[in-house]
Design a protein around this ligand. Sequence first.
Ligand code: ATP
Length: 459
Amino acid sequence: MDNPEKMEKVVNLAKQRGFIFPSSDIYGGLSAAYDYGPLGVELKNNIKKAWWKMFVNTRMDMVGLDAAIIMHPKVWESSGHLDNFSDPLVECKKCHKRFRHDHLLEGSSLSPKHDKAKPVDSDKIVCPDCSGELTGVKQFNMMFKTFMGPVEESANVVYLRPETAGGIFVNFKNVQESQRLRLPFGIAQIGKAFRNEITTENFIFRTREFEQMEIEYFINPKDWEKYFDEWLKLMREWAEFLGLDKKDLVEEEIPEKDRAFYSKRTIDFEYKFPFGQKELWGLAYRTDYDLSQHQKHSKQDLTYRDPITNEKYLPHVIEPSLGVDRSFLAVMLAAYTEIEGGRSTTTKAIKDKEVVLKLPYALAPIKIAVLPLSKKEPLANLSRDILMKLKQNFVCVYDETQAIGKRYRRQDEIGTPYCVTIDFDSLEDKQVTIRDRDTMEQDRIAIDELDKYFENKLG
Ligand code: ATP
């Protein structure tokens, strides 16, 4: 990332323009919890809708699922989360702040970033806040615990899912049999996940409640390399669709010693965020670890018999795992553009810095802004008619206050691809002016043709 102050600018824009607010803001906010505002929810939904369309609706070999967040505790016992889903915790003996030990090592360049199992040499690092001495490392389980039903006793303990994948694995047989699916096929799911992270950081990058978009692609193990490569390619295409610059993306091949013991290959997609190069998404070949664990603990047969070859085996999986919120952040950072001196060529325009959020059109929260040149009738009436018609097919806003140049800039800042300006000539010639966010070119279009025009441009 070329601009280190970009993060602060994007965070400010996100709050001021209604993309993301601190959660419980009027009570001072809750640490690392965020609410997606009117524009944020549109952008986030557009990311999820586009992912679902690309990976579920337009494919022959994919289906969707929406499993419960609270599942049987045995799910997490079988998957190993109850025993192993922990991060290394250290505490400062002086200020009592807690940190993730691997992050401290990484920050002091004492450890390669993926080597979580590396022997600990705590003496070499001190508290980054007060330089106090740190305690030894304890493993801290990140599962959020709660109780099911009115009695708070150990028999009623349940967990909020730490990833969406668990719901997919335990439904493998239900989905495969009900949909009569033949391998290879995949199950996709979008939903909330919860991790009691030791430290949260960098806005929506690491929070305790977040959303994931995950796929388990079930395969015959003999084909794993082919399908791994296919998913790798698809993830690159997805990154391109989101408008992420190739030079800001790094595919980090995780060496064997740093992979989960069951994974034969893992690639982390890392993004060059303004606060450092960090994991955006992951792609892993998880072998048959998950199904075999669930088969063992549930005592249910989860094997698959190929109807043509009659071969019977436990399917293996390729898992593309994506965070929605981290995608959102990367999309905002990639789209955020500042133009020194402004773009406007009219002499009256204020020649200061202009901000354009160059979101891919499919992701833009608002597609069209309807801007009458006057608030008064009969222009207002005509403009509202146009707005209500366009609203049937596109997310639109109406803005009638201040000079037109200012209104254009307000829309540029939130990434609106098109502005429709209604002027006094529109009353006579039944035409309006359409301005394109990126080229600033203007088209004069008949009001009756607007739907068709936008269908072509945005459809
Ligand atoms: P990290 O190393 O950053 O903690 P991870 O390797 O534990 O991430 P995974 O378990 O692979 O993450 O989760 C899959 C995806 O879910 C991540 O690539 C990321 O996009 C997202 N994700 C994971 N943890 C968080 C979190 N605390 N906040 C927001 N997104 C998250």
